[in-house]
Design a protein around this ligand. Structure first.
Ligand SMILES: Cc1ncc(COP(=O)(O)O)c(C=O)c1O
Length: 392
């Protein structure tokens, strides 16, 4: 819960839309962005004067923090992007060529599905492995779909609809055995769940900076395993090799043309430092406790349907519900207007996932919890859902 002081009017707002972007952020994130903008807001990697060098050093510090978090040996293999969508597009479009085959799942976000379907029209073969009604994927179903020309497997780590945690380590093992690249969409897991690119055989890790990593919007990143050749989808100034007309192939410059979001990246670094200080396992435990509390209580309410696994060890802090047959947009309107509770309705950019769990027409009301939510937030939400369910 947080206080929003607007025009001398105090609104108590309960923000439960952390799967879209986390809010609020830790104080040090706000402070570091402000400091970067006010004290050394120069262009990193350009110019070579003191301020540019300071911004460059800070950007590198964030690269190092992220590399450490995901067990990446060389921080230069982490590319900064503007969001997770950007990172996913870089791999999907930079790797797949006409005649290649790619396997994905029915639980993916449109940031995976749309680039793949665009490439499908250009001769890339796409297989979508169907999840069960809880959003669970059986790695054996992925294995069965492997062909001679399968180049890439791409799956989400956690469904942004049902909160289902996918077995990425097992899928990574299959990919490695078969010599296929594995791209993981860590949009809902980075900063909350353990990710080790070595142990999990992840070749590409796409992640947003603005969700679990607690950085500002407009930040994201991509890990590319050393030695894998992918073509950059954007060319331009990198501040390096300026005398040549071709894109340099060194990392991270190859994929970072144009001015970076320096202050945003500094804020992302502050977000990662915060997570390290508090302990990712403590943040995860807090969010799991909130999820358990919410699920236990919401399941007691007549008319409420909860989607995704009921076992909390398989369920991230993203909970999809419906109240009777009511349209999800109507519910969130009441939650927002009457109770000042912010959640997300509709299809959550995951149409195939909705088809998988049978909510394509109705949509769902998605509650997603962050590190700053409290058990009081949960109680107030449950009270609101109870009242709405009686009125409908
Ligand atoms: C599973 C998943 N993948 C990708 C994305 C896209 O992330 P971004 O908004 O940072 O591009 C989201 C956003 O909600 C998501 O939930």
């Amino acid at each position: 819960m947080y206080m929003n002081i607007e025009k001398a009017q105090v609104i108590i707002l309960i923000y439960l839309d952390n799967a879209a972007t986390t809010f609020p952020k830790p104080e040090e994130v706000y402070e570091s962005v402000m400091e970067a903008m006010k004290s050394y807001g120069a262009n990193p990697g350009r110019s070579g004067h003191k301020l540019a060098l300071q911004m460059g050093r800070q950007v590198y510090t964030t690269r190092e923090l992220l590399a450490e978090l995901f067990n990446v040996t060389n921080p230069m293999n982490i590319i900064f992007t503007s969001n997770c969508t950007d990172s996913l597009n870089i791999v999907i479009k930079g790797l797949l060529k006409q005649g290649d085959h790619v396997i994905t799942t029915s639980m993916e976000h449109n940031s995976v599905l749309r680039p793949l379907y665009m490439l499908k029209d250009r001769g890339v073969e796409v297989t979508v492995v169907k999840a069960d009604s809880m959003g669970r994927i059986n790695p054996e179903d992925i294995k069965k779909e492997i062909r001679k020309n399968t180049k890439l497997i791409v799956t989400t780590h956690i469904s942004n609809l049902t909160g289902t945690i996918l077995p990425i380590e097992e899928i990574g093992k299959i990919a490695k055995e078969k010599g296929i690249y594995y791209l993981v969409d860590a949009a809902q897991s980075a900063g909350v769940y353990d990710i080790d690119v070595e142990k999990m055989n992840i070749d590409f890790l796409a992640f947003p900076g603005h969700k679990g990593l607690l950085g500002p919007q407009g930040t994201g990143g991509l890990y590319i395993k050393e030695g894998i050749e992918i073509e950059e989808i954007k060319q331009g100034g990198t501040g390096s090799f300026s005398h040549i007309l071709q894109q340099p192939h060194i990392y991270p410059d190859r994929f970072e043309s144009g001015t970076l979001n320096g202050p945003g990246i500094v804020g992302l670094g502050a977000g990662v430092s915060y997570i390290k200080r508090i302990g990712m396992e403590n943040i995860r435990k807090h969010e799991q406790d909130l999820t358990r509390h919410f699920m236990e209580e919401v399941l007691k309410i007549d008319k409420v349907k909860v989607y995704g696994p009921l076992d909390i060890s398989q369920h991230a802090p993203v909970v999809a519900i419906n109240i009777g047959e009511a349209d999800s947009s109507e519910i969130i309107y009441i939650l927002d207007e009457k109770y000042n509770i912010a959640v997300r309705p509709g299809l959550h950019c995951a149409p195939l996932a909705h088809k998988t769990i049978g909510t394509f027409e109705q949509g769902v009301v998605r509650f997603s919890f962050g590190p700053f939510n409290t058990h009081e937030d949960i109680e107030m939400s449950i009270k609101a859902i109870k009242e709405i369910s009686l009125e409908l």
